[in-house]
Design a protein around this ligand. Structure first.
Ligand code: TTP
Ligand code: MG
Ligand code: MG
Length: 393
């Protein structure tokens, strides 16, 4: 456990990202129930929902028509993948001025290793608020920042800081912070694992923490052990290790989407490819794998199906890098105007591969500067819904 208290990790995640980017081009959307991903009568799925729409139960990956039923007053907007990528790159630019150790984990989120940067940026909360303001000033977008001694804690706390907040779990208080949370809040615990845990009467992280880890190991093997570590706030199982409950590294990962109505709309097609890419990349990261070969599958209305692949010189698990290749393959191979029935994104993975700029890489860790100052008393400091309360520690 020594390693647990030596790091300061930030997890930055943009708030309602696609919706917020749409609001930049159409400010009249602000504060309203907005659904991005297509029109209310289309057969696609929701990419993103505004916080206002979420109050009605609308969420990502839900059919647009279900969203329209739950929230008839919502404004439905088509997606603009180019804009999202541009904003993502801008965010990365800001983060990169803050720490050389930035790892974009998806189009709208990143981990920063801020260990030892006190002299430069001040203590963690001050640094986070400076960063929070900088992101806003340079992108006009809100984000939330979680701070913890592990990636796991940083990730969970950024989710709890939303919207537009900063939350720091003071080193040593991890178990107290996690205890009341649902097991599903632990990254890597999916639907199946949640059901397995519920069947054992385990609902909250506190229930997990009470168990001897050998019980979890007996029941779920090494994933049980990793889960026990996660319940203590550790990056157990390598954090992006295999998903809890899954027993093998997949050699290939793919996601496909069949359109309810065949479409030749390039925006709809590319938005779908982006969503499929995100799903694939997320699973790569969960399994600690990197894609070496990236393949597009395209089935036309008449069921003619083509697959086209591209091999990367440098394996990746980043949505942006995978999407760039998928988009190239799509643009080169799609017969413009021809209606498409199905799209698929498939990657073949290489074994675990350490990127040189990964924040896991100790070789690249920041060593200059002072060590973090001793934690202030108290458990968790939050500035939920804003940035004004942070000085309370
Ligand atoms: P998230 O960060 O999961 O969600 P969000 O930014 O919309 O909202 P939050 O404030 O809770 O972070 O995803 C980032 C973007 O990725 C999201 O705006 C749209 C896209 N996305 C999809 O296209 N499909 C999906 O299933 C999910 C989860 C996200
Ligand atoms: Mg987000
Ligand atoms: Mg995100």
């Amino acid at each position: 456990m020594d390693g647990l208290h030596t790091k300061t990790i930030f997890h930055v995640d943009m708030d309602a990202f696609f919706v917020s980017v749409e609001e930049l081009s159409d400010p009249s959307l602000k504060g309203k129930a907005v659904v991005v991903g297509g029109q209310r009568d289309e057969r696609g799925v929701v990419s993103a929902a505004s916080y206002e729409a979420r109050k009605f139960g609308v969420h990502s990956a839900m059919p647009l028509r279900t969203a329209a039923k739950l929230c008839p007053q919502a404004i439905f907007v088509d997606g603009h993948p180019e804009r999202y990528r541009e904003c993502s790159a801008k965010v990365y630019g800001v983060l990169n001025t803050f720490s050389p150790l930035v790892e974009m984990a998806s189009i709208d989120e990143a981990y920063l290793d801020m260990t030892g940067t006190d002299r430069l940026h001040g203590p963690p909360l001050r640094a986070a608020h400076t960063l929070h303001n900088k992101v806003k000033a340079e992108t006009q977008l809100n984000c939330s920042i979680g701070i913890g001694a592990s990636r796991l804690i940083a990730k969970v706390s950024s989710a709890k800081a939303k919207p537009n907040g900063v939350l720091w779990v003071i080193p040593g208080q991890e178990a107290r912070f996690l205890a009341p949370l649902d097991v599903r809040d632990i990254p890597g615990v999916g639907k199946v694992m949640e059901q397995n845990l519920h069947a054992l009467g385990i609902h909250q992280v506190a229930d997990l923490a009470k168990l001897d880890e050998t019980v979890l190991e007996e029941r779920f093997g090494k994933w049980g052990l990793a889960l026990a570590g996660k319940a203590r706030g550790e990056d157990a199982g390598g954090w992006f290790d295999t998903e809890v409950g899954e027993h093998e590294d997949p050699k290939s990962i793919s996601h496909e989407h069949t359109f309810n109505e065949d479409t030749a709309n390039p925006v709809q097609l590319e938005t779908t490819l982006m969503r499929l890419t995100e799903m694939v990349a997320r699973r790569l990261r969960e399994h600690g794998l990197h894609a070496r070969t990236i393949q597009l599958k395209l089935r036309y209305k008449d069921f003619t199906t083509i697959t086209r692949a591209h091999s990367l010189a440098s394996p990746t698990q980043l949505d942006t890098e995978i999407f760039e290749q998928i988009r190239n393959l799509f643009r080169k191979n799609w017969k413009r105007g021809a209606e498409v029935r199905l799209l698929g994104v498939h990657v073949s993975s290489s074994k675990r591969h350490q990127r040189p700029n990964s924040i896991c890489s100790t070789a690249g860790a920041i060593s200059a500067g002072s060590r973090p100052s001793p934690p202030p008393t108290g458990c968790v400091t939050s500035s939920a819904n804003g940035v004004s309360g942070w000085a309370a520690v």
